[in-house]
Design a protein around this ligand. Sequence first.
Ligand code: HEM
Ligand code: 5AD
Ligand code: SF4
Length: 400
Amino acid sequence: MQKNPHHGAGHSGLDGPPAGHPGGHPGGHPGGKPGGHPGGMVTTLADGTPACKLIAWEVTRSCNLACKHCRAEAHLEPYEGELDTAEAKALIDTFPQVGSPIIIFTGGDPMMRADVYELIRYATDKGLRCVMSPNGTLITPETAQKMRESGVQRCSISIDGPDAQSHDEFRGVQGAFDASMRGIEYLKEAGIEFQVNTTVTRANLSSFKKIFDLCEHIGAVAWHIFLLVPTGRAAQLGAEVITGQEYEDVLNWFYDFRKTTNMHLKATCAPHYYRIMRQRAKAEGVPVTPENFGLDAMTRGCLGGTGFCFISHVGQVQPCGYLELDCGNIRTTPFPEIWRSSKQFKQFRTQEDYEGKCGICEYHKVCGGCRARAYSMNDNYMGEEPLCTYIPKLAERRKA
Ligand code: HEM
Ligand SMILES: C[C@H]1O[C@@H](n2cnc3c(N)ncnc32)[C@H](O)[C@@H]1O
Ligand code: SF4
């Protein structure tokens, strides 16, 4: 079945997201719910600041797995200084001031935090849409029920290989694959939808089709791919980072593959995808509209600081989880003030502040490059995306 019927012709150059709506989006998402987004999505705050659409909140960093690529270098033991229940609720109180963000309760493993359901209930009651990203191994019928009762709209479960051997090897714990599969069954029994998140590495590149088949077989509503960022434990995984050309290949494959399935496929930390999608659509004469491309037509590659942010276990606000840039701490500065005024977030919202190719690229509006990779590979978070093969038109002209 064709998910994105490509009818319509006559494409006119670049279709970016509507101006002033960087990364409009979160959908594909946990379906509508009462109290969510009345009158449609807020795109800009009263003072012109872009609204925050999505917040990944690391409610705890503790985790029972030991993944080789973990950006958080998470371990099982408790971490010092995590926000307590009262601080966490006070933070939730501020979220509506930046828009109607979807809150991803992440970790570590968010299930390692005892009051997580209380917090989700609290946020749900404020009209916020809450999703959760446990690794899946700790889910029981009882906790799945608690998730449902607290209002969890969707869970993401990470699966990085098509079978137990490859997944367990990557995730550092024998039995992780089977335990996550069991957890998924409990989610299904509790009526909670789930998506699979997969990190792309050299090791699993050739298994992609098999991982997709698995997602389909187990009934995932979406498959989101993340491209490895060499940070945290992944800093030791240099050899697993694929090359710029391999990115082009896998994202072109993803573009074609998307047409063959009804499942919602999303390239999350692969900003180049939104350029490739437009290049391919243009070549095919297909306009990039929501009718043809769903939410992919309205979002952009890197949303860090423009439509998305990350809050760490100790309250540090960052553009994303993979870029440990201190943009302010909610313990000393109210979160909405950080979102509005942090120096770094303002930089991310201004193309002139980007360096190298990204600063002059005509695809900037839809891509932005991976800021975390620019930082981890070249020590410059405003530098050009290190793994992009595209030469912007302006650079071509300057060369000529
Ligand atoms: C279609 C809607 C969605 C969009 C546009 C979206 C976009 C993003 C973006 C931009 C990031 C940032 C990654 C980063 O740089 O840190 C992210 C991370 C993440 N997303 Fe989504 N997401 C969507 C839906 C979901 C849903 C429904 C879930 C869970 C059920 C989810 C789970 C995650 C997780 C776990 C992370 C990583 C947070 C971390 O660093 O631990 N996403 N997503
Ligand atoms: C939310 C998703 O982020 C993934 N994840 C964790 N660490 C990294 C990293 N260094 N690079 C890319 N993805 C990562 C998790 O495996 C999960 O699937
Ligand atoms: S990647 Fe996620 S599951 Fe793996 S160790 Fe880190 S926090 Fe835990």
